[in-house]
Design a protein around this ligand. Sequence first.
Ligand code: ACO
Length: 392
Amino acid sequence: MEDAKKIINTGLRGVTVASTRISHVDGEAGKLIYRGYPIFDLSDQTNYEEIVHLLLYESLPDEQQLNALNERLAANRAIPESLLAALKTQPDNALPMDILQAAIPMLAGNDPNAAELTIENAQRIAESLVAKIATIAAAWHRIRNHREPVAPDPALNHAANFLYMMTGEKSEDNTARFFDVCLVLHAEHSFNASTFSARQVASTRAHMYAAVAGAIGSLSGELHGGANTRVMQMLKKINSVDAIDDYVKHILETGGKLMGLGHAVYKTGDPRARILAPMSKKLGELTGNTKWYDMSVTLEEKGKKAFKEKKGIDIYPNVDFYSASLYHYMGIPADLFTPVFAISRIAGWTAHVIEEQFGGADAKPVLYRPSSDYIGEYCGPAECDFVPMEDR
Ligand code: ACO
């Protein structure tokens, strides 16, 4: 009982709830590894499809395995006609994350084997979701703008194909490769809020679609994946390097949030931000508009300094900070940034669902069921006497 009390209202920080072989976040050293490989090597030398293989099948693919996975992903990209028709009934201003979340049970409804709980079936659904979530996000963006969805192009890789389905045009090589790196960087991050949501749902032996729908809801919040959209809104609101001092001061005085700064686990810096920043710089230069990158650099510097002075803590950019300006340079609208996060993180979520349900001897599946501390009222020393409706 004493131990349980210690973790109340800590958001489970520091509490280890399961073992995992999928990834490790070393918050003190600022390191991230996927199945043993450092993120710096993976982002430099692999593409998103290789990461999908690594996460779902526990090894980097050889050429034959990668070709086979590419073919299966390409074959899975089209979404059911009934889902497309349903998307067309939705209001244009519906939040893209709500649309994405709502689409997942519809995919389940179109899958006659959705509820079969075997590892092979879970891997099949995982690949199908990896392929289809990108199509749904791109299709919704076009539908809300009264344009016809663009059919996937099997000749393109996952990153280039998403940009193509969103814009209807093939991207420059630089843009497509940078987007691919973003997908690699966002694919997995141990027991963050959305992944824990997925695992918690999976622990009830619900199917993969149910777990992923839960994870998407969790990712949408502004303290988690929703932060990337908020970073861009913040940059647009500040709108110039000269206004940053006043903005930081105002946020600290009013108890607001500097979006994209700080992290629940990384306390010496998020390695992903260090990889994203130079890409934002480069695309800013290539598009002839470094304003958003320049503002981000200054905001990082001033935010860090102000936090140290006021709160005595070091604060660093997280993955959402530089991805905002980078996605903006890629032509992705701000309210699609969080769906783009989901397009990548689906690989991590589904790997965790598989581990939660079929983890083997050292990761025994268990139903999550934390306790709570009742601090509500009693009517005196005993429980309240029930009051019938007519006497209330
Ligand atoms: N702006 C304002 N205050 C902040 C920020 C920030 N960006 N970051 C941390 N703080 C505050 C915390 O609220 C806390 O204040 P308190 O002591 O008064 O409670 C204090 O600084 C210390 O915070 P930490 O313990 O270092 O971090 P914590 O785990 O509380 O918060 C979080 C982590 C939620 C991510 C926080 O940094 C934050 O709100 N950042 C802005 C939102 C954001 O960028 N989210 C994306 C995270 S990455 C991801 O989910 C993909």
